[in-house]
Design a protein around this ligand. Structure first.
Ligand SMILES: Nc1ncnc2c1ncn2[C@@H]1O[C@H](COP(=O)(O)OP(=O)(O)O)[C@@H](O)[C@H]1O
Ligand SMILES: [Mg+2]
Length: 326
Protein backbone atom coordinates (compact mmCIF):
# COMPACT_ATOMS: atom_id res chain seq x y z
CA UNK A 1 0.00 0.00 0.00
CA UNK A 2 2.89 2.30 0.82
CA UNK A 3 4.42 2.04 -2.67
CA UNK A 4 0.98 2.22 -4.32
CA UNK A 5 0.17 5.54 -2.68
CA UNK A 6 3.65 7.03 -2.94
CA UNK A 7 3.69 6.27 -6.70
CA UNK A 8 0.61 8.53 -6.84
CA UNK A 9 2.29 11.14 -4.65
CA UNK A 10 -0.15 10.40 -1.85
CA UNK A 11 0.68 9.67 1.77
CA UNK A 12 -0.21 6.12 2.81
CA UNK A 13 -0.90 7.12 6.41
CA UNK A 14 -3.65 9.45 5.24
CA UNK A 15 -5.49 6.23 4.33
CA UNK A 16 -4.49 3.86 7.12
CA UNK A 17 -3.09 4.41 10.60
CA UNK A 18 0.70 4.48 10.88
CA UNK A 19 1.52 0.76 10.81
CA UNK A 20 4.64 -1.38 11.32
CA UNK A 21 4.74 -4.96 10.10
CA UNK A 22 7.33 -6.93 12.08
CA UNK A 23 8.19 -10.62 11.55
CA UNK A 24 7.21 -12.53 14.69
CA UNK A 25 10.72 -13.82 15.30
CA UNK A 26 12.57 -13.94 18.58
CA UNK A 27 15.06 -11.20 17.61
CA UNK A 28 12.39 -8.86 16.22
CA UNK A 29 14.12 -5.89 17.85
CA UNK A 30 16.74 -5.98 15.08
CA UNK A 31 14.15 -5.69 12.29
CA UNK A 32 14.07 -2.29 10.49
CA UNK A 33 10.29 -2.02 10.95
CA UNK A 34 10.58 -2.51 14.71
CA UNK A 35 13.46 -0.03 14.86
CA UNK A 36 11.35 2.48 12.92
CA UNK A 37 8.48 1.93 15.37
CA UNK A 38 10.84 2.45 18.30
CA UNK A 39 11.90 5.76 16.80
CA UNK A 40 8.32 6.86 16.10
CA UNK A 41 7.02 5.87 19.53
CA UNK A 42 6.64 8.94 21.79
CA UNK A 43 5.30 9.36 25.32
CA UNK A 44 1.57 10.05 25.44
CA UNK A 45 0.81 7.99 22.33
CA UNK A 46 -1.27 4.82 22.23
CA UNK A 47 -0.34 1.87 20.01
CA UNK A 48 -2.37 -1.24 19.23
CA UNK A 49 -0.65 -4.61 18.90
CA UNK A 50 -2.21 -7.26 16.61
CA UNK A 51 -1.13 -10.71 15.42
CA UNK A 52 -0.54 -10.48 11.66
CA UNK A 53 -2.05 -13.53 10.04
CA UNK A 54 -4.41 -16.44 10.64
CA UNK A 55 -6.42 -14.58 13.23
CA UNK A 56 -9.39 -12.29 13.73
CA UNK A 57 -12.05 -11.78 16.41
CA UNK A 58 -9.80 -9.59 18.56
CA UNK A 59 -7.48 -12.49 19.37
CA UNK A 60 -4.16 -11.33 20.82
CA UNK A 61 -5.02 -7.63 20.36
CA UNK A 62 -3.98 -5.16 23.07
CA UNK A 63 -3.57 -1.41 23.39
CA UNK A 64 -0.41 0.02 25.02
CA UNK A 65 0.69 3.47 26.18
CA UNK A 66 4.24 2.37 26.89
CA UNK A 67 7.01 1.16 24.55
CA UNK A 68 8.59 -1.24 27.08
CA UNK A 69 5.28 -2.90 27.93
CA UNK A 70 4.42 -3.37 24.27
CA UNK A 71 7.87 -4.86 23.59
CA UNK A 72 7.47 -7.20 26.56
CA UNK A 73 4.03 -8.29 25.34
CA UNK A 74 5.39 -8.88 21.86
CA UNK A 75 8.26 -10.98 23.21
CA UNK A 76 5.87 -13.15 25.21
CA UNK A 77 3.48 -13.36 22.28
CA UNK A 78 6.21 -14.46 19.83
CA UNK A 79 7.54 -17.03 22.30
CA UNK A 80 4.03 -18.32 23.09
CA UNK A 81 3.31 -18.82 19.40
CA UNK A 82 6.30 -21.09 18.80
CA UNK A 83 5.06 -24.32 17.30
CA UNK A 84 6.60 -27.69 18.10
CA UNK A 85 9.03 -27.18 15.20
CA UNK A 86 10.15 -23.90 16.72
CA UNK A 87 8.36 -21.82 14.09
CA UNK A 88 5.95 -19.07 15.03
CA UNK A 89 2.39 -19.73 13.80
CA UNK A 90 1.93 -16.02 13.00
CA UNK A 91 4.43 -14.81 10.49
CA UNK A 92 4.09 -11.15 11.44
CA UNK A 93 2.98 -8.85 14.22
CA UNK A 94 1.33 -5.54 13.48
CA UNK A 95 1.98 -2.46 15.56
CA UNK A 96 -0.44 0.30 14.64
CA UNK A 97 -1.03 3.84 15.83
CA UNK A 98 -4.17 3.83 17.91
CA UNK A 99 -6.91 6.24 16.79
CA UNK A 100 -7.19 8.16 20.05
CA UNK A 101 -10.01 10.44 19.00
CA UNK A 102 -12.46 8.29 17.07
CA UNK A 103 -15.79 9.61 15.89
CA UNK A 104 -18.30 8.49 18.51
CA UNK A 105 -21.93 7.60 18.18
CA UNK A 106 -23.89 8.42 21.34
CA UNK A 107 -20.53 8.62 23.18
CA UNK A 108 -19.50 5.13 22.06
CA UNK A 109 -16.85 3.94 19.63
CA UNK A 110 -17.68 2.07 16.41
CA UNK A 111 -16.09 0.71 13.28
CA UNK A 112 -17.50 0.03 9.83
CA UNK A 113 -17.58 -3.45 8.29
CA UNK A 114 -17.53 -3.49 4.50
CA UNK A 115 -17.63 -6.48 2.15
CA UNK A 116 -15.69 -6.98 -1.06
CA UNK A 117 -15.24 -9.90 -3.41
CA UNK A 118 -12.26 -11.16 -5.37
CA UNK A 119 -12.97 -13.47 -8.32
CA UNK A 120 -10.63 -15.32 -10.69
CA UNK A 121 -12.37 -16.65 -13.80
CA UNK A 122 -10.40 -19.06 -15.95
CA UNK A 123 -12.58 -18.79 -19.05
CA UNK A 124 -12.18 -15.04 -19.45
CA UNK A 125 -8.65 -15.02 -18.01
CA UNK A 126 -9.71 -12.13 -15.79
CA UNK A 127 -9.34 -11.38 -12.12
CA UNK A 128 -11.90 -8.97 -10.74
CA UNK A 129 -12.58 -7.09 -7.53
CA UNK A 130 -16.06 -6.01 -6.44
CA UNK A 131 -17.30 -3.62 -3.76
CA UNK A 132 -20.55 -4.38 -1.91
CA UNK A 133 -22.47 -1.19 -1.31
CA UNK A 134 -24.06 -2.11 2.00
CA UNK A 135 -22.16 -2.79 5.19
CA UNK A 136 -22.88 -2.05 8.81
CA UNK A 137 -21.51 -0.36 11.93
CA UNK A 138 -20.29 -2.30 14.97
CA UNK A 139 -20.56 -0.37 18.21
CA UNK A 140 -19.02 -0.68 21.63
CA UNK A 141 -21.46 -1.11 24.49
CA UNK A 142 -19.47 1.11 26.89
CA UNK A 143 -18.91 4.86 26.76
CA UNK A 144 -15.59 5.81 25.20
CA UNK A 145 -12.82 6.83 27.58
CA UNK A 146 -9.31 7.09 26.19
CA UNK A 147 -7.78 6.91 29.69
CA UNK A 148 -9.18 3.39 30.08
CA UNK A 149 -7.19 2.23 27.05
CA UNK A 150 -6.66 -1.27 28.52
CA UNK A 151 -10.42 -2.00 28.67
CA UNK A 152 -11.18 -4.15 25.60
CA UNK A 153 -14.94 -3.68 25.97
CA UNK A 154 -14.54 0.07 25.40
CA UNK A 155 -11.91 -0.09 22.67
CA UNK A 156 -12.48 -3.22 20.55
CA UNK A 157 -15.76 -3.11 18.67
CA UNK A 158 -15.73 -6.53 17.05
CA UNK A 159 -18.56 -8.88 17.94
CA UNK A 160 -16.27 -11.55 19.38
CA UNK A 161 -15.26 -9.06 22.09
CA UNK A 162 -18.53 -7.14 22.54
CA UNK A 163 -20.74 -10.16 23.00
CA UNK A 164 -19.02 -10.76 26.35
CA UNK A 165 -20.20 -7.37 27.61
CA UNK A 166 -23.12 -7.29 30.05
CA UNK A 167 -24.40 -4.35 27.96
CA UNK A 168 -24.27 -6.23 24.63
CA UNK A 169 -27.43 -5.35 22.70
CA UNK A 170 -28.51 -2.73 25.25
CA UNK A 171 -28.36 0.22 22.84
CA UNK A 172 -28.63 -1.46 19.44
CA UNK A 173 -29.68 -4.98 18.56
CA UNK A 174 -26.41 -7.00 18.63
CA UNK A 175 -24.50 -3.68 18.71
CA UNK A 176 -25.11 -3.13 14.99
CA UNK A 177 -26.26 0.00 13.17
CA UNK A 178 -27.39 0.17 9.55
CA UNK A 179 -25.84 2.50 6.98
CA UNK A 180 -29.21 4.23 6.68
CA UNK A 181 -29.55 4.96 10.41
CA UNK A 182 -25.97 6.18 10.56
CA UNK A 183 -26.59 8.41 7.56
CA UNK A 184 -29.50 10.06 9.42
CA UNK A 185 -27.39 10.40 12.57
CA UNK A 186 -24.47 12.03 10.76
CA UNK A 187 -26.72 14.42 8.86
CA UNK A 188 -28.32 15.47 12.15
CA UNK A 189 -25.08 15.80 14.12
CA UNK A 190 -22.57 16.97 11.51
CA UNK A 191 -24.59 17.88 8.45
CA UNK A 192 -22.69 15.27 6.44
CA UNK A 193 -24.24 12.40 4.49
CA UNK A 194 -22.55 9.10 5.20
CA UNK A 195 -24.05 7.50 2.08
CA UNK A 196 -23.10 10.18 -0.39
CA UNK A 197 -19.88 11.50 1.15
CA UNK A 198 -18.15 8.74 3.13
CA UNK A 199 -19.29 5.56 1.31
CA UNK A 200 -17.75 6.73 -2.01
CA UNK A 201 -14.45 7.25 -0.16
CA UNK A 202 -14.73 3.74 1.30
CA UNK A 203 -15.36 2.38 -2.20
CA UNK A 204 -12.31 4.20 -3.55
CA UNK A 205 -10.12 2.77 -0.78
CA UNK A 206 -11.37 -0.75 -1.48
CA UNK A 207 -10.49 -0.18 -5.15
CA UNK A 208 -7.03 1.08 -4.09
CA UNK A 209 -6.43 -2.11 -2.07
CA UNK A 210 -7.38 -4.26 -5.06
CA UNK A 211 -5.19 -2.19 -7.36
CA UNK A 212 -2.25 -2.45 -4.99
CA UNK A 213 -2.62 -6.13 -4.11
CA UNK A 214 -4.85 -7.86 -6.70
CA UNK A 215 -2.03 -9.55 -8.57
CA UNK A 216 -0.49 -10.92 -5.39
CA UNK A 217 -3.88 -12.25 -4.28
CA UNK A 218 -4.02 -14.13 -7.55
CA UNK A 219 -0.46 -15.41 -7.07
CA UNK A 220 -0.43 -16.13 -3.31
CA UNK A 221 2.88 -18.00 -3.59
CA UNK A 222 4.53 -14.75 -4.70
CA UNK A 223 3.03 -12.77 -1.85
CA UNK A 224 6.17 -12.73 0.22
CA UNK A 225 6.05 -9.79 2.66
CA UNK A 226 3.26 -9.93 5.14
CA UNK A 227 0.13 -10.58 3.06
CA UNK A 228 -2.05 -13.37 4.33
CA UNK A 229 -2.40 -16.34 1.99
CA UNK A 230 -5.60 -16.36 0.02
CA UNK A 231 -5.83 -20.14 -0.29
CA UNK A 232 -8.66 -20.33 -2.78
CA UNK A 233 -6.85 -18.11 -5.28
CA UNK A 234 -4.16 -20.71 -5.95
CA UNK A 235 -6.55 -22.18 -8.57
CA UNK A 236 -7.63 -20.19 -11.63
CA UNK A 237 -11.34 -20.47 -10.82
CA UNK A 238 -11.57 -19.01 -7.38
CA UNK A 239 -13.24 -16.45 -5.21
CA UNK A 240 -12.77 -14.92 -1.79
CA UNK A 241 -15.08 -12.68 0.24
CA UNK A 242 -13.11 -9.99 2.05
CA UNK A 243 -14.14 -8.01 5.13
CA UNK A 244 -12.70 -4.50 5.28
CA UNK A 245 -12.75 -2.65 8.63
CA UNK A 246 -12.78 1.15 8.55
CA UNK A 247 -12.87 3.81 11.25
CA UNK A 248 -13.64 7.52 11.22
CA UNK A 249 -11.92 9.94 13.53
CA UNK A 250 -13.49 13.00 15.16
CA UNK A 251 -12.65 15.06 12.06
CA UNK A 252 -14.40 12.47 9.86
CA UNK A 253 -11.08 11.27 8.44
CA UNK A 254 -11.48 7.75 7.13
CA UNK A 255 -8.88 5.06 7.97
CA UNK A 256 -8.69 1.45 6.84
CA UNK A 257 -7.71 -0.59 9.89
CA UNK A 258 -7.63 -4.11 8.47
CA UNK A 259 -8.76 -6.51 5.75
CA UNK A 260 -9.97 -9.99 6.70
CA UNK A 261 -9.95 -13.02 4.42
CA UNK A 262 -12.41 -14.81 6.68
CA UNK A 263 -15.05 -12.23 7.62
CA UNK A 264 -17.66 -13.10 10.22
CA UNK A 265 -20.91 -14.21 8.57
CA UNK A 266 -22.94 -14.60 11.77
CA UNK A 267 -26.46 -13.14 11.74
CA UNK A 268 -27.19 -12.13 15.37
CA UNK A 269 -29.77 -9.43 14.48
CA UNK A 270 -32.39 -8.61 11.84
CA UNK A 271 -30.08 -6.19 10.04
CA UNK A 272 -27.48 -8.90 9.45
CA UNK A 273 -30.17 -11.49 8.72
CA UNK A 274 -30.93 -9.32 5.70
CA UNK A 275 -27.43 -8.16 4.67
CA UNK A 276 -25.41 -11.40 4.99
CA UNK A 277 -27.63 -13.84 3.01
CA UNK A 278 -28.17 -11.19 0.31
CA UNK A 279 -24.43 -10.61 0.04
CA UNK A 280 -23.73 -14.37 -0.07
CA UNK A 281 -26.41 -14.92 -2.70
CA UNK A 282 -24.92 -12.21 -4.90
CA UNK A 283 -21.44 -13.64 -4.32
CA UNK A 284 -22.61 -16.97 -5.70
CA UNK A 285 -24.25 -15.24 -8.67
CA UNK A 286 -21.03 -13.46 -9.55
CA UNK A 287 -18.44 -16.01 -8.55
CA UNK A 288 -19.99 -19.43 -9.02
CA UNK A 289 -22.80 -19.15 -11.59
CA UNK A 290 -20.42 -18.15 -14.41
CA UNK A 291 -18.37 -21.30 -13.82
CA UNK A 292 -21.48 -23.31 -14.55
CA UNK A 293 -22.19 -21.49 -17.82
CA UNK A 294 -21.25 -23.00 -21.14
CA UNK A 295 -19.74 -19.95 -22.77
CA UNK A 296 -18.36 -16.49 -22.26
CA UNK A 297 -21.49 -15.11 -23.94
CA UNK A 298 -23.71 -16.71 -21.33
CA UNK A 299 -21.41 -15.41 -18.62
CA UNK A 300 -22.14 -11.84 -19.61
CA UNK A 301 -25.86 -12.63 -19.93
CA UNK A 302 -25.88 -13.78 -16.31
CA UNK A 303 -24.27 -10.51 -15.29
CA UNK A 304 -26.77 -8.44 -17.31
CA UNK A 305 -29.76 -10.25 -15.87
CA UNK A 306 -28.76 -9.48 -12.32
CA UNK A 307 -27.35 -6.04 -12.83
CA UNK A 308 -30.38 -4.09 -11.58
CA UNK A 309 -30.49 -5.88 -8.24
CA UNK A 310 -26.72 -6.18 -7.86
CA UNK A 311 -25.20 -4.48 -4.85
CA UNK A 312 -21.68 -5.53 -5.89
CA UNK A 313 -20.01 -3.15 -8.31
CA UNK A 314 -16.79 -3.96 -10.06
CA UNK A 315 -13.92 -1.74 -8.94
CA UNK A 316 -10.93 -3.68 -10.24
CA UNK A 317 -9.99 -5.81 -13.22
CA UNK A 318 -6.75 -7.35 -14.32
CA UNK A 319 -5.58 -10.21 -16.47
CA UNK A 320 -4.33 -13.53 -15.16
CA UNK A 321 -1.59 -13.45 -17.78
CA UNK A 322 -0.24 -10.12 -16.55
CA UNK A 323 -0.48 -11.30 -12.96
CA UNK A 324 1.41 -14.46 -13.83
CA UNK A 325 4.16 -12.45 -15.51
CA UNK A 326 4.33 -9.84 -12.74
N1 LIG B 1 -5.62 1.58 14.84
C1 LIG B 1 -6.72 1.43 15.58
N2 LIG B 1 -7.20 2.48 16.31
C2 LIG B 1 -8.31 2.35 17.08
N3 LIG B 1 -9.00 1.20 17.21
C3 LIG B 1 -8.58 0.12 16.53
C4 LIG B 1 -7.42 0.18 15.67
N4 LIG B 1 -7.23 -1.04 15.11
C5 LIG B 1 -8.22 -1.83 15.61
N5 LIG B 1 -9.04 -1.15 16.45
C6 LIG B 1 -10.20 -1.71 17.19
O1 LIG B 1 -9.92 -3.06 17.47
C7 LIG B 1 -10.88 -3.92 16.85
C8 LIG B 1 -10.22 -5.18 16.34
O2 LIG B 1 -9.16 -4.84 15.46
P1 LIG B 1 -9.00 -5.50 14.02
O3 LIG B 1 -7.74 -4.96 13.43
O4 LIG B 1 -10.24 -5.27 13.23
O5 LIG B 1 -8.77 -7.04 14.37
P2 LIG B 1 -9.69 -8.34 14.27
O6 LIG B 1 -9.02 -9.15 13.22
O7 LIG B 1 -9.60 -9.00 15.57
O8 LIG B 1 -11.07 -7.91 13.88
C9 LIG B 1 -11.51 -3.10 15.75
O9 LIG B 1 -12.81 -3.56 15.49
C10 LIG B 1 -11.47 -1.68 16.33
O10 LIG B 1 -12.56 -1.45 17.20
MG1 LIG C 1 -11.57 -6.62 12.49
Amino acid sequence: MRSYYSARELRVFDYLPETYLVPSQVNFELHPQFKAFKQACKPGQLWIFKPGECTNRGHGIRVFNDYEKLKQHMMEFCRGQQSRRGQSRYRHCIIQKYIKQPLLINKRKFDIRVFALFVCHAETGLIRGYFYDEGYLRTSSKDFNVDKWDNRLIHLTNDAVQKHSTDYGKYESANKISYLDFDKHLLRERNVSFLSTIVPKIKQQVADVFDATGRSLYRPDRNSEGGSRCESASEYNAFEILGFDFMLDHKLRLKLIEVNTNPCLDTPCMLLQRIIPQMLDQTLKLAVDPFLQASEHQYYMTQDLTVSEMRFTQVYQDSMDLARRD
